[in-house]
Design a protein around this ligand. Structure first.
Ligand SMILES: [Zn+2]
Length: 438
């Protein structure tokens, strides 16, 4: 049986992180517990002294870093990045709909969700609310219903005889969760007011004025398989990587300079104030090194490992893969390559990561998409383009990417944890770190 306390910590983190907002809050608590203190962009600071810090952007982007006191223009930064969001169903602004005696909530699809997996699941709702109090002051806060409150039932096969051969899903009409059986008019803001008051007793809600609420599956993530070889759960892409990076940074030596950046909105293209195409990281790098020439030196001496789950080879669908590049579950981290820069890896950064894996006691595997299929992308190329930092795109091999319940290999998570731990521990004189600077 594959076993490690880290596995329990990961599964606990994912089950308490139904949305990117909750994931960020969880990670901030972990950072604070381990001596990281907050810096705010709205405050007046540059080049903080030696220590452990974090910066939050709009409650959903997070950067955490360790500063050693060595001039950053000389030492460069060990950078790693991941994304906090996952495809899901988001409530529309006016969500209630009454059909016969059933109260339903209408949704938008967020990102490229594998929609067939959202049927017949016990769904709950979580996210952020904005409200006015008695004095007219505006507040916002997170809520999480936790218990299953909704379901999207499939249509019975007797009413759709071709369901197993020709099923299509209409996003507007087929994906409307059922909330309650009731003939009465429902004021949904009343339900939200009750929930926010229950979770934040001092909220003093007079009026709810907005919500960002997302459905999620209440089934807990689990380690499964005859020998515990797999994890299954929602949002493995990419909360597994987020947890791995923050955990590695917390255990990194304080004598080296390391930074982890976690962005939301990757699943919808990363164009936002806090997405990887926004200015969040660049603003922070300017604060760390305000002098532009010194900052260029710092960036030239830095390297970014962009960590996002990769496609593992699915034994039932082998024809979907390039036969010379078949990442296998539990055989180690995957380096992602693409000639057209959908991934930022080149031979220097890919070679660096492969050598890093070897030293950590595992082998790296390689992934390229078939030439006759479109290749996805991730935050790596966007961050590389925005900052000029050399970058490698990697991730653990996974199955059922963007399903409501994804599958990864238990050992791969532990391999990746070891590799990232080693990365943040590379001394400036180390031959591997020196090699990436040539
Ligand atoms: Zn991803």
């Amino acid at each position: 049986m594959v076993h490690s306390p880290k596995i329990d910590q990961l599964l606990d983190f994912i089950s308490h992180s139904p949305t990117p907002l909750h994931a960020t809050r969880q990670l901030i608590a972990l950072l604070q517990k381990n001596g990281f203190s907050q810096l705010r962009i709205e405050d007046d600071w540059t080049t903080p002294g030696p220590g452990n810090y974090y910066v939050v952007g709009n409650h959903s982007a997070l950067a955490a870093f360790t500063i050693s006191g060595t001039p950053l223009a000389v030492s460069g930064l060990r950078l790693a990045g991941a994304h906090t969001d996952s495809p899901c169903l988001k409530l529309k602004p006016n969500p209630t709909r009454q059909k016969n005696n059933i109260l339903q909530l209408v949704v938008e699809v967020y990102g490229g969700a594998l929609l067939s997996t959202w049927f017949d699941r016990d769904l709950s709702l979580a996210g952020r609310l904005s409200w006015l109090d008695e004095k007219g002051e505006l507040h916002s806060g997170l809520i999480n219903f936790q218990r299953p409150i909704a379901i999207i039932p499939s249509l019975a096969i007797h009413l759709d005889r071709e369901a197993n051969s020709k099923k299509t899903i209409n996003k507007q009409t087929d994906l409307v969760p059922l909330l309650a059986a009731s003939e009465d008019e429902c004021d949904f803001t009343d339900i939200l007011r009750q929930q926010i008051t229950q979770e934040h007793p001092k909220a003093g809600v007079k009026e709810i004025v907005g919500h960002d609420l997302f459905f999620y599956d209440t089934q807990q993530p689990a380690q499964i398989g005859l020998h515990g070889d797999f994890f299954t759960g929602a949002r493995m892409d990419n909360l597994l990587s987020c947890f791995t990076l923050i955990d590695a940074l917390i255990h990194a030596p304080e004598s080296l300079d390391s930074l982890v950046v976690l962005n939301p909105h990757e699943e919808v293209g990363s164009v936002s104030a806090v997405g990887a195409q926004g200015p969040f990281l660049s603003i922070l790098l300017k604060r760390l090194q305000p002098d532009s020439v010194k900052r260029q030196q710092m960036l030239a001496r830095s390297l970014l490992i962009s960590v996002d789950n990769a496609h593992g080879a699915h034994p039932n669908f082998m024809e979907k893969y390039d036969q010379e590049h078949l990442p296998l579950l539990n055989k180690g981290p995957v380096i992602k390559w693409n000639a057209n820069q959908r991934y930022a890896t080149d031979t220097v950064t890919g070679g660096f990561f492969r050598a890093l894996c070897r030293r950590a006691g595992t082998d790296a595997q390689d992934f390229v998409m078939r030439n006759d299929m479109a290749c996805g992308s991730t935050i790596g190329p966007l961050t590389a383009a925005a900052t000029g930092i050399k970058t490698v795109d990697v991730g653990v091999p996974s199955l059922a990417m963007h399903s409501i319940r994804e599958t990864v290999g238990s050992k791969d998570f532990l391999y990746m944890a070891d590799v990232m731990q080693l990365f943040f521990s590379l001394d400036p004189q180390d031959v591997l770190w020196q090699g990436q600077q040539q």
